[in-house]
Each structure stands twice: as structure tokens, then as C-alpha cells.
Unconditional design. Structure first.
Length: 358
């Protein structure tokens, strides 16, 4: 049997080998290696908290910040994947590389992406200038998977000029996309409740560009009019403020999209980027993305810690039993945890008392 020093030596050697392996993996990634990108994204999905994965992402981070991030969001069935497929072909014609992250609902059996966006994107098969990855939400609300931000960084470091992020759908709580990308394309379809959706301030705030897809069916013009009406109301409120972006409204039929309509959409995306750069708003958006990423990480960490605390700490069992008998409120239990276990209070993470073990 090996002694303590031998075991420590083996652990150090293994750690050193992993560090060397991580360096080689990152080198392959920045050279555009698809296999390295796929491997790292898989680690993000399955082992995000593992030391190996964290070290990889720390090595990757300095190589990021160059790609243009575009979100494609909208209700299921709006034709987002078909639209993305057409955009990939156009962007590739311009000599730009494209990374695509398609976020799908999770399979109840495997936890993987249920629909698999890659199946519906056929224009770019075997193109080394295109990388497509389907990701499952795995129950996370907000329209994106928890590992999406990390996957974006991987494709950015890989050298992709444009990264398209397609969300699982859009709703009242699925607003993560606007905190993750630079430009948001909201895809609507005539009918299916979109006329009501267009009147909701939250939906209006998401979109930088509106696309009324399947515009060959009845009600497309009405949907466009509804969006314009809300825009006019919003602009009236903003009079006197500094120059603002007015999201253009485009009508498309993604399945039979002609070159002119497709180029109009791409031109709208380019115009939005130029606006952000010229008005100094791109830096503001990127800072906002960083802010929300940090908040998401901390929130997830605290939530995970609280779950472990509630399930594994014997001190809390009597409190939970009292709560079940309605002798103690959830507010009182939360107050006890905050007082004794030093988790965030009123949005501020409290310093641990010197010398105190938690």
C-alpha cells in the first residue's frame, strides 16, 4: 500500500497532467479545432463545477470578446431554426465563420436536447467554418441553458466571427437572451397570440429587430401594425432622451426566403451593431452581460448551498418540522439561516467573522 506522501505525489502528478492537458486543449481550441470545442462544451454541460472545467474556462477567457453575439428568440414553431439556417448560409457567403448554439427543451429520459437543432440546419453540413451545438435547458427557466454563456465563450475563443444563439422559446420569464447577446432578433408569427404578445412591454424590450415570419398567412399585416403602434407609444415616452434605436420590422417566409429579404435581415443586424458602436452602447451592453453572468454564477452557488443545507443539516430538521406544523413561518426559517450560516442578506454577501468556522 502507498503511504500518504506517495498518494500526495500521485495526486500532484495527476493534477499536473490535467493542467498540461488543459493547456493543449485550449491551444487546439484557439486554432479552430471542432473536437476540442465539443469536448469543452460537454464538460460545461456535465461537469461545470469540476476543477478541470473551471481551469479550462479561466484559460479560455483571455481569448474571448471578439465575436458578434446575435440572439434569435420567439415562440416554439415560429420558424427560428429555419431562419438561422438561412442566416448561416448568407454569413458564410461573406467569408465569416459562424457558431450556432441551439437551446432546446430537455428530454425527460436522457436530459439531452429534445429536438436537436442540428437536424433542422442542413445548409452547412461539413463546413469547417460552421460549428453547431444543441444544448438542453435541463429544467432551467429563462430560455437558455445554464451552460450557454460558457459555450458562447468557447465558440468566441475558437475564432467564430458571428455566434447565433437560438432560444427554446419566449415568455414572461424567458428574458435571459437580452442579457447574453449583443443583438436580439424576435421572431413572431401571425396569430398564435402574437398580437397580444406584441403589446407586452417585456417583449418590446427584448427585441432589437422584429421578424414577422410566415408572413404569407393571414394576419401578418395586422401583426406589423400592432408592433408599430406599441413602438409609437414607446417613442412618445422617450421624447427628449438621447438618440435611441427603433427596432425595424421585417416580414419573411423562412422556408422560401428570397435573397433580398434575407439580405434585409442581415443588413438590419449590421445596422444595429453600427448603432451600438457609434453611440458607445456596445461597451455598456458587454458590461451588462458580464454583470448578469456574475450574478447568475453567485445565485446558482448560493441556491445550491441552501439546498444542501436544508437537506443535510440536522440543526434545521426541527425548524422544518415546526414549519410543516405551521408553528414557524418560512420567513423565520430564512432569518435563522441568514443569521447563522452567513449567506447573502439584502443582496450583500456578508463577510465571515474572523476565526469563525462555518
Amino acid at each position: 500500500m502507498k503511504g500518504g506522501r506517495d498518494r500526495e505525489g500521485d495526486q500532484l502528478l495527476e493534477r499536473g497532467n490535467k493542467t498540461k492537458g488543459n493547456g493543449e486543449m485550449v491551444n487546439r481550441l484557439v486554432m479552430g479545432d471542432h473536437a476540442a470545442a465539443a469536448r469543452i462544451i460537454t464538460l460545461l454541460e456535465n461537469e461545470r463545477e469540476a476543477p478541470e472545467t473551471i481551469e479550462l474556462m479561466e484559460r479560455i477567457f483571455p481569448h474571448t470578446g471578439k465575436a458578434w453575439l446575435i440572439g434569435i428568440t420567439g415562440a416554439p414553431g415560429a420558424g427560428k431554426s429555419t431562419l438561422v439556417d438561412r442566416l448561416i448560409a448568407l454569413v458564410r457567403e461573406q467569408g465569416l465563420s459562424v457558431g450556432v448554439i441551439g437551446v432546446d427543451a430537455s428530454s425527460p429520459f436522457s436530459g439531452g436536447a429534445l429536438l436537436g437543432d442540428r437536424i433542422r440546419m442542413t445548409s452547412c453540413q461539413r463546413d469547417q467554418g460552421v460549428f453547431i451545438r444543441s444544448m438542453a435547458t435541463r429544467g432551467h427557466l429563462g430560455g437558455l441553458a445554464l451552460a450557454t454563456q460558457g459555450a458562447i465563450r468557447v465558440l468566441d475563443a475558437m475564432g467564430m466571427n458571428v455566434i447565433l444563439v437560438e432560444t427554446v422559446g419566449v415568455g414572461q420569464i424567458e428574458l435571459d437572451i437580452m442579457q447574453t447577446v449583443d443583438s436580439v432578433v424576435l421572431v413572431l408569427i401571425p396569430g398564435a397570440g402574437d398580437r397580444i404578445q406584441a403589446l407586452k412591454a417585456g417583449i418590446m424590450e427584448i427585441a432589437d429587430i422584429f421578424v414577422v415570419n410566415k408572413s404569407d398567412i393571414e394576419g401578418a399585416d395586422v401583426t406589423v401594425q400592432d408592433i408599430r403602434m406599441v413602438q409609437e407609444m414607446s417613442e412618445a415616452k422617450k421624447r427628449g432622451e438621447q438618440e435611441a434605436w427603433t427596432p425595424p420590422i421585417l416580414k419573411t417566409v423562412a422556408t422560401t426566403m428570397n435573397a433580398r429579404d434575407l439580405e434585409s435581415l442581415w443588413e438590419a443586424i449590421r445596422s444595429h451593431r453600427q448603432f451600438l458602436v457609434s453611440q458607445g452602447k456596445l461597451k455598456e451592453r458587454r458590461e451588462n452581460q458580464d454583470y448578469h453572468e456574475i450574478v447568475r454564477m453567485l445565485t446558482e452557488e448560493v441556491e445550491r448551498g441552501v439546498w444542501k443545507l436544508l437537506r443535510g443539516n440536522g440543526e434545521l430538521r426541527p425548524l422544518l418540522e415546526k414549519m410543516a406544523k405551521r408553528k414557524m413561518s418560512p420567513f423565520q426559517v430564512s432569518s435563522f439561516i441568514r443569521s447563522n450560516f452567513y449567506i447573502p442578506q439584502r443582496g450583500v454577501i456578508a463577510m465571515k467573522r474572523k476565526g469563525r468556522k462555518t
